[in-house]
Design a protein around this ligand. Sequence first.
Ligand code: AMP
Length: 172
Amino acid sequence: MTQLEHLIRDIPDFPQEGVVFKDITPVLAHPEAFAELVAAMAEPFADQGITKVAGIEARGFTLATPVAGKLGAGFVPLRKPGKLPYETVKEEYQLEYGTDALEIHVDGVEEGERVLLVDDVIATGGTAAAAIRLLREVGADVVGFSVFIELVFLNGASKLDGVPIHALLRYD
Ligand code: AMP
């Protein structure tokens, strides 16, 4: 995990002042580190009967698809409004200023399917919490949330409504 930590690039004041953005592109560009990351995010869920991995647009897709491959599961995208072509279900969530939303195809998961949620970073937890509500709305059993980086000081894990979180790197 040491190598992964060294490859994360901190970008101060991006995309706005006061935010230290965790840039994971150097990890994705490094073949061994990327493979190690994907294996480590999938491993705790290997024997849990996961049939779908849901990824949050856009950086979540880069991790969710290979994790799905590792688990022998399918992939389902959770996207910003207006991007998915078929019939969708929407869930809104609060941002610091205003609201945002995620959508899923109505047939993205089947009733009772065991789903793992994947993203790159959890900060305040608003995005992951909306993703969990959305997945449950279409009938998913959300088994866990696998995330690369947890910004612990923002306490996002408390918003996940009982869904267990597995974070590889935790920053206090
Ligand atoms: P939140 O809803 O506050 O937990 O924000 C999580 C979403 O915003 C994730 O999809 C992340 O990709 C992105 N995000 C929030 N904070 C950061 C950060 N400091 N560095 C990188 N991505 C972030």
